[in-house]
Ligand binder design. Structure first.
Ligand code: G6P
Length: 489
């Protein structure tokens, strides 16, 4: 059945705003998707008239997609948002999502290939790459079907790098933007991809009118990769006037793709309202009881993800207890590490290491009345908000991160002010660096010192810094972030 071309604005991303679980009785339960991309895009709201095209991620999603057929999901499940979920064949999806996007592209952009996780580009990868191409083509087909003449299409992230060029071929009338929610790798690292793959990803994104990023740093790295891999020309601010400023566009094969930077911020209104609801109050009491009276808390909230550097965070906390015994019994590290991408062995192994080290610390230092690490692995948004409210210190120490919204959400929700220990390799550092305690994520010793400084920061200073952090963190809330991209196209 042909889908009528009705959409003036389209958004495409692998993960959509909802995910379904299928009950034994055939019933479907919808749940909000996790991660920064969904947090940002969910603020579009139904009134924008946008259609969101995403992939079915599991059995429940596939069933929901099948029931919807060529039409959109039940708006009751999506907060009124028009969502088309693509029922991509499970083997194609697994190869594209697990094989190419999350094992290879994610690892390259986050510089995660370090012994013992080494890149493998063999026959299996070649097959996965073919699947990635057909998965991207499925999105391009669906978008081409739904878009009205001259519609605007916003393609999201590394899963869909080939879509802009594929869509331009099918529908030259559209205005197409791509947005990367990840960092972008520097050229020397990016070039560990097979040459044809490295070129195809760049050509794919350059097929759009605009390529946008969370920070200047990632946009520059993208432009540098285009120059190094494709021999493309970088247009810079002030060019022609002897300039040489930041990269503003990439010229390649007679076309120009503009570069943009939109630093997604926290949604203050939503967070303040949501974090004051009874379910959050309830979890706040439970967490307080778990921490114990008079103790401070160091909070972290992450997907259990190698780039988040959870293990080094725990090692830094262990080092703190070792070198500053005055903190023993007086602090609890509340670590939320929510399982992510568990189909991949390296993620499962990482999750295991996180558990093991937390247990070790508790065995080494724990006493009858004190458990030094409170590790929670069951995803619970209300409990994350409760932890934001009570945190004395927030630890955000990724090896590399496109932005990191946790760093931006904590200062907004915090009740008494919260000291932020922040990796200089998170995109959020560009906006929050001045009022955070900044760490090199590999430096466990330095991170332990920063935790100590954060714990002993005076109440007044913590409150002042938090106020400034919250202002910087909310400079570009999700709705404005989305509109800025639309306008720029
Ligand atoms: C990052 C990516 C998003 C992704 C999210 C959650 O933020 O940039 O595209 O949706 O992680 O990961 P998942 O694999 O669960 O969608």
């Amino acid at each position: 059945m042909a889908v009528p071309r009705t959409a003036p604005i389209l958004v495409a991303s692998n993960r959509g705003p909802v995910s379904y679980t299928l009950g034994e009785d055939g019933s479907l339960t919808a749940r909000r998707g996790g991660g920064g991309l969904v947090s940002g895009l969910s603020a579009i709201g139904p009134d924008a008239g946008a259609v969101w095209v995403c992939a079915a991620l599991g059995e429940g999603d596939r069933e929901a997609a099948r029931r919807a057929g060529a039409s959109h999901l039940n708006p009751g499940d999506t907060g009124g948002q028009q969502v088309r979920m693509l029922d991509i064949a499970p083997d194609v999806f697994a190869a594209a999502y697990n094989g190419v996007a999350n094992s290879v592209l994610w690892f390259v952009h986050h510089l995660l290939y370090q012994t013992p996780v080494e890149p493998v580009f063999d026959a299996e990868f070649a097959e996965q790459w073919a699947a990635y191409e057909s998965y991207n083509a499925a999105f391009a087909d669906a978008l081409a079907q739904e878009a009205v003449d001259d519609a605007v299409v916003l393609v999201q992230d590394y899963h869909l790098a080939l879509v802009p060029a594929m869509l331009r071929e099918r529908r030259p009338d559209l205005r197409i933007g791509h947005f990367s929610h990840t960092p972008w790798a520097p050229p020397d690292y990016y070039r560990l991809l097979p040459d044809d793959v490295a070129a195809a990803v760049l050509r794919g994104i350059l097929g759009g009118d605009r390529a946008a990023f969370l920070t200047e740093r990632w946009a520059t790295a993208f432009a540098d990769c285009c120059a190094a891999v494709l021999g493309a020309e970088i247009v810079r601010a002030g060019d022609g006037e002897g300039g040489g400023g930041v990269a503003t566009a990439v010229r390649f094969e007679g076309r120009e793709t503009r570069l943009g930077v939109h630093g997604l911020g926290a949604d203050a209104d939503f967070l303040r309202e949501r974090s004051r609801r009874p379910d959050v109050d309830e979890r706040l009491s439970a967490l307080r009881a778990q921490i114990g009276p008079g103790r401070k808390s160091i909070v972290r909230v992450d997907r259990t993800e190698l780039s988040k550097n959870i293990v080094r965070g725990l090692l830094a906390y262990r080092r703190l207890l070792e070198t500053r015994p005055e903190w023993r019994e007086r602090v609890v590290h509340v670590a939320f590490a929510y399982p992510s991408r568990q189909d991949l062995a390296v993620y499962r192994d990482y999750t295991e290491r996180v558990r093991r080290i937390a247990d070790e610390i508790n065995d080494e230092y724990g006493t009858d009345g004190w458990t030094p690490v409170a590790l929670h692995v069951k995803d619970d948004f209300a409990r994350s908000l409760a932890a934001y409210r009570l945190a004395d210190v927030a630890l955000v120490n990724p090896i590399r991160d496109g932005m990191n919204l946790v760093a931006k959400e904590v200062p907004v929700v915090s009740e008494r002010g919260c000291a932020l220990v922040l990796s200089r390799e998170a995109g959020a550092y560009a906006e929050l660096g001045e009022d955070a305690l900044v760490v090199n994520p590999y430096d466990v010793e330095g991170t332990a010192r920063a935790l100590h400084e954060a714990l002993r920061m005076s109440d007044g200073e913590r409150a002042d810094r938090t106020k400034r952090l919250a202002a910087a963190a909310t400079a570009l809330p999700p709705q404005a972030w989305f509109l800025a991209q639309l306008r720029a196209l």
